[in-house]
Design a protein around this ligand. Structure first.
Ligand code: PLP
Length: 282
């Protein structure tokens, strides 16, 4: 994913190219990290589960006590316009809400701002499915994990730690030894034909929900904490997220998952996911 300088973005009421995309420095998003976002993608110019992403955006706003002066219909309309004004077949969309400008540097007295950014995406990287990824675990933690705020300091630190271990990403583990989620993804394991994923202490991913629905007709599903000790028994593991869809996990720290190769059940779910996307059934 890379920014196209010719893209047309909607930034707080204006249509601009990325190099002219600015918000005031006195916005509490910049000064205090008080802001929210949603990240989703389009397939063949259709947004994937936009309604669910907007539901989560409004839930996040409630969590951080930010009253949004835009309706779901207004945001939907702007998202559609962003897709139409750009030519990309597949793209990543970012809906960004900032807290607004502040005179005293902390309490916003201006209105929240809305921006919608779009970035072109290429075709699916099938190699990723075939290879799987190596993750590390980290005891860093996310503040207000249920809300999709732009506060990704622990995620960035965790990713730097992962890079030092030649790993792709990191899994947050809490003080009870529960494996929660990745820096930008949800986490699942298979114990035989039982699929397990946490439900609390995480961001409830839109992809997670879609994958659970695809899995239910085929596998037994449990939404409950995953213990660190269970990783050694897992036959398969994978992460889900809007941009990476389903990505098999083959190693976590020094533990090899299953055979060390992406497993058949994960492959089955990937196939179902890809079929659904190709049919445009979302
Ligand atoms: C912390 C976190 N968990 C999970 C997810 C996956 O959510 P979704 O499937 O809606 O992209 C994300 C997405 O960015 C995330 O940041």
């Amino acid at each position: 994913m890379s920014i196209d300088p010719q893209a047309l973005w909607y930034i707080n009421g204006r249509w601009v190219h990325p190099n002219a995309a600015t918000i005031p420095i006195t916005d509490v998003a910049v000064l205090r990290g008080y802001s929210l976002f949603e990240s989703l993608r389009t397939y063949n110019r259709h947004p994937f589960h936009l309604r669910e992403h907007l539901e989560r955006l409004y839930r996040s706003a409630e969590h951080i006590e930010l009253v949004l002066p835009f309706s779901r219909d207004e945001i939907t309309d702007i998202v559609q316009q962003v897709i139409e004004r750009n030519t990309y077949q597949h793209a990543s969309l970012r809906i960004l809400i900032t807290g607004g400008q502040s005179t005293d540097g902390i309490i916003p007295d201006g209105l929240p701002t809305l921006s919608v950014l779009i970035t072109p995406l290429g075709e699916r990287d099938m190699e990723r499915f075939a290879r799987g990824v190596h993750l590390i675990t980290t005891h860093l933690h996310r503040e207000m994990p249920e809300a999709k705020t732009t506060s990704y300091i622990s995620a960035i630190r965790a990713l730097k730690e992962a890079a030092r271990h030649d790993a792709t990403d990191a899994l947050f583990v809490n003080e009870h030894g529960h494996v929660l989620e990745g820096t930008r993804s949800n986490f699942f394991i298979f114990l035989d034909d039982l699929l397990i994923t946490p439900r609390t202490g995480i961001l409830l991913g839109v992809t997670r929900q879609v994958v659970l629905e695809l899995a239910r007709s085929h596998f037994k599903v449990e939404e409950r904490p995953i213990l660190l000790e269970e990783l050694s028994e897992a036959d398969e593991a994978f992460i889900t997220g809007s941009s990476r869809e389903i990505t098999p996990v083959v190693r976590i720290d020094d533990r090899i998952i299953g055979t060390g190769q992406p497993g058949p059940r994960t492959y089955e779910l990937e196939q179902r996911f890809i079929d659904m996307v190709e049919r445009g059934d979302f």
